[in-house]
Design a protein around this ligand. Structure first.
Ligand SMILES: [Zn+2]
Length: 289
């Protein structure tokens, strides 16, 4: 079970890992906390179109349906409203009724219900800083951790189904500095223009709001980069198809950084670190899926 803040986050963080596990027969469920109603339109070809702006919630549902099919995952909405990324100094208040302002118990109970229905062995979410300083990403972390802890507790949310104990909780490490520096250097070595200068600068401006990841797990997924990119492109309003994400040749990515990284945050099983499999320690005694 991969818990994400907005539609498109599942395709930019850990998507190749999900596609690989789906191909290996694992049942993968994406939980999307909000409808992404306040996402900016980042595709220059679709900017400024009233027919898109007026129907953004519906369009994002359709985009998510396409991404879900490409990745081969199941998907559920948690049903909250996007908080938007507040910008300015001072920051404006969050909009009324948004996910980040919902009481924790309401959101946690909804996720606990899904955990008890789907019964995942492994859950993924973001670290305590959200991996990126968006209020919905931080809230996604808080709710995921709370649900991981409450789902097995029969006294917690007794109306939300039979207790279930997930065995491992990971934080996605989608955007580590090391990964981008390695790709940046490889692009320059090949005489290609690196798209990462802006990105590194933006990242540096968040330095006090983030922490370096403690990578425990590197899943080899070079063979699934095409699927990852196709899924992200399915979120057509949210990505620039000519943007940095797509400007590093896939063969170069496979050579320089063929893995996706995770940080093991909670575990009830023994596994030797570093790992190369999110199910390490879980399926060693069974037939592999
Ligand atoms: Zn997001």
């Amino acid at each position: 079970m991969c818990v994400h803040a907005h539609p498109d986050d599942e395709s930019s963080k850990g998507a190749a890992t999900m596609a690989r596990y789906v191909d290996e027969g694992v049942d993968v469920l994406v939980v999307t906390c909000t409808g992404g109603e306040r996402g900016s339109i980042l595709n220059p070809a679709l900017k400024g179109r009233a027919d898109i702006e007026d129907n953004i919630a519906e369009i994002r549902r359709d985009e998510m349906a396409n991404a879900r099919r490409i990745l081969g995952v199941r998907q559920e909405w948690l049903g909250f409203v996007d908080s938007g990324l507040p910008e300015g100094d001072p920051l404006p208040p969050l909009p009324e009724g948004c996910f980040a302002l919902e009481p924790m118990d309401i959101a946690t109970e909804r996720l606990v219900r899904l955990v008890r229905e789907f019964r995942p062995h492994v859950m993924t979410t973001y670290d305590e800083n959200g991996g990126y300083p968006h209020p919905d990403h931080i809230r996604c972390h808080e709710v995921s951790v709370a649900a991981f802890e409450a789902a097995p507790d029969g006294d917690a949310f007794p109306d939300a189904g039979q207790p279930w104990q997930p065995l491992k909780l990971y934080y996605d490490v989608g955007f580590s500095m090391d990964r981008f520096e390695a790709l940046h250097a490889a692009m320059l070595r090949q005489g290609l223009e690196s798209p990462f200068a802006d990105w590194v600068e933006r990242r540096a401006s968040w330095a006090d709001k983030l922490r370096p990841p403690k990578i425990t797990t590197r899943v080899p997924v070079g063979g699934w980069f095409e699927r990852r990119d196709q899924a992200l492109l399915a979120h057509a309003t949210q990505v620039d198809p000519n943007g940095w994400f797509f400007s590093v040749p896939l063969d170069l990515q496979r050579e320089v950084w063929p893995t996706e990284e995770f940080e093991l945050a909670r575990s009830l099983v023994d596994s030797e670190l570093p790992e190369d499999d999110l199910f390490a320690g879980i399926r060693t005694t069974e037939e592999p899926a």
